[in-house]
Design a protein around this ligand. Structure first.
Ligand code: TXA
Ligand code: MG
Length: 354
């Protein structure tokens, strides 16, 4: 398949209206279009077309019981997709939409089971990214969009990585630059009396509780998935965010982490392996740049500087054929919970506490 590549200026998506119309007509024919959002790139299809949705799973190599998020541009669209809007959901929508918050509702009959992975509930969000908003508006379609990566790999935060995974596989890729947040949306299930956080993101637990009071947090967000301890979001049980190299997550205080990472790095290096280190401004001077691929992903004093670079750093390790990736840990406060959730999964629970 020949994949059409369209470049759209995020500041002025309206200047590229003809390109977005082209993408829209692909969606109306049941095709797949990758488009940036403020979190990560999404692989869009008409959420109401079961066959189009099915081809999303094929393109990604995604298990069919892992439901998709539907992206909307206005509340009229939402009203058609759900049976009711609970009070707490309404409060969260008023505060955080458009933005990086996905809410689980009970689905209406028009939402096909292909989109919800067979569930009676549906995940919905209203993105803030101007290009994605414009694409939804122009096509007048609710768009299902999982992250636009091959299943299991780190989510793409630039078009370059979408092209790497999806060129020749899907109809169209829209290049709209780097994603602002870099980790996927926060997911909250509002079908229960006490809402449950299913996936952490840039909208933090504190930000949510400030609006609706206490919520439950799914234990598998950081804890290990087992037979007894299954995640409430079906997708979270699969291997995730994983580069080709083996990731070891080293967590502890700012002095001990570099010490332990250097000790491990040295032993891998001496065995002839390629070694990468993912670190922060505070620790970047601790590592030997001649021996290791060292990537600094931001500063600990501002976790919003870390999230846009997190998945990219894992992809860079692959580009450099790094076999052992040693990554510093973070506290789970605020956005740290989203960062640690992705790193814990990327490492397949290969964690060392120091
Ligand atoms: O930021 C994001 O949310 C990105 C961008 C493209 O919008 N999308 C994204 O989609 O991360 P995906 O498919 O990679 O992750 C969707 C997650 C999965 O873990 C899935 O299990 C969960 O949402 N999910 C979807 N529908 C659900 C439902 N009805 N109940 C529980 N979990 C659901
Ligand atoms: Mg994903």
């Amino acid at each position: 398949m020949n994949t059409l590549l369209l470049t759209v200026d995020i500041q002025n998506p309206n200047n590229n209206i003809n390109k977005l119309q082209e993408a829209s007509s692909i969606l109306h024919k049941g095709g797949l279009v990758a488009c940036p959002t403020e979190t990560v790139y999404g692989l869009c299809a008409n959420a109401l077309d079961g066959d189009a949705v099915k081809s999303t799973y094929v393109a990604k190599g995604r298990p069919s019981d892992n439901p998709l998020i539907i992206h909307i541009s206005d509340i009229d669209m939402l009203n058609k997709l759900v049976t009711k809007i609970p009070n707490k959901a309404k409060k969260l929508m008023d505060r955080f939409w458009p933005g990086a918050l996905t809410i689980i509702f009970n689905k209406s009959d028009i939402v096909p089971y292909q989109t919800t992975g067979g569930l009676e509930t549906v995940a919905i969000r209203m993105p803030s990214n101007k290009i994605m908003r414009e694409l939804i508006k122009i096509s007048e379609l609710p768009l299902s969009a999982p992250s636009a990566n091959l299943s299991g790999k780190p989510s793409p935060t630039t078009a370059k990585y979408v092209i790497e995974d999806m060129n020749g596989v899907i109809d169209c890729i829209i290049d709209g630059g780097k994603c602002q947040y870099g980790v996927e949306s926060t997911i909250i299930d509002c079908t229960r009396e006490t809402p449950v956080l299913l996936r952490p993101g840039s909208i933090t637990v504190d930000m949510i509780t400030e609006v609706i009071g206490a919520i439950e947090v799914d234990k598998t967000i950081i804890g290990k998935v087992t037979e007894q301890n299954k995640p409430k979001a079906p997708g979270m049980k699969y291997r995730h965010y994983a580069p080709k190299g083996e990731v070891v997550l080293v967590q502890g205080n700012i002095k001990n982490m570099p010490q332990k990472i250097n000790e491990l790095a040295e032993s891998f290096y001496n065995l002839g392996s390629t070694v990468g280190v993912i670190c922060t401004e505070e620790t970047k001077s601790c590592y030997d740049y001649n021996k290791y691929k060292v990537v600094c992903i931001g500063t600990r004093t501002n976790l919003s500087s870390i999230t846009p670079n997190l998945f990219q750093s894992l992809r860079e390790m692959d580009e450099n054929n790094i076999e052992h990736i040693l990554c510093e840990g973070f506290s789970t406060d605020g956005e740290g919970l989203a960062i640690m959730n992705r790193l814990v999964k990327a490492s397949s629970y290969n964690i060392i506490n120091v």
